[in-house]
Design a protein around this ligand. Structure first.
Ligand code: SF4
Length: 190
């Protein structure tokens, strides 16, 4: 872990309990993937070796809401699916967080129809919006790190005077520059 090098032999560290709790929380977010469409493929990509969400302590995708604390909504939400999404959110453990991934989850995207929810934030509190159609895995990682930074500083989600959950409302900006395609191909070192 590198701690052995940082701490002198027979040394010790001092900290406070709240900081340790925050550190443990931010290092063990367990995602509940709610992937209903193509954004789900980018969500799966963050678990691959190239992006490796395990670096953030998040490789344990939970398909049981009671053992999850980060809901990732990836894809369009049909009106028929909305009660399922709400029930999953309610069943998740506190403190819990929500990421809305992609244009469809945040706004309905191109599906401007009566059958598609025009933004899941109308029904559940959304902490991080990730734009794009689809967003890149790097953007999802950026969104996860935004929640981790909040946990580092505050620990738990904010609540209003009435005790209701206040969404963080963070919007991730695209940070990935797309390279010109197709890239040059070299065969056999020629
Ligand atoms: S935002 Fe684009 S990629 Fe994501 S679910 Fe909607 S149509 Fe698919």
């Amino acid at each position: 872990m590198g701690l052995e090098a940082a701490i002198p032999v027979d040394g010790y560290l001092t900290t406070n309990l709240q900081r340790v709790i925050n550190w443990a929380r931010r290092s063990s977010l367990w995602p509940m993937p709610f992937a209903t469409a193509c954004c789900g493929i980018e969500l799966m990509a963050v678990a691959s070796s190239r992006y490796d969400v395990a670096r953030f302590g998040m490789e344990r995708m939970s398909f049981s809401p009671r053992q999850a604390d980060l809901l990732i909504v990836a894809g369009r939400i049909a009106v028929k699916m909305l009660p399922v999404l709400q029930r999953i959110y309610l069943q998740m453990t506190e403190p819990k967080w929500v990421i809305s991934m992609g244009a469809c989850a945040s706004t309905g995207g191109v599906f401007d129809t009566y059958a598609v929810v025009q933004g899941c934030d109308q029904f559940i509190p959304v902490d991080v919006y990730i734009p794009g159609c689809p967003p890149r895995p790097e953007q999802l990682l950026e969104g996860i790190m935004a929640i981790q930074r909040h946990i580092d500083n505050e620990g738990i989600p904010p609540t209003g005077p009435n005790g209701r959950r206040v969404p963080l409302g963070i919007v991730v900006e695209p940070t990935h520059s797309v390279r010109p395609q197709p890239v040059g191909l070299t065969v056999g070192g020629a």
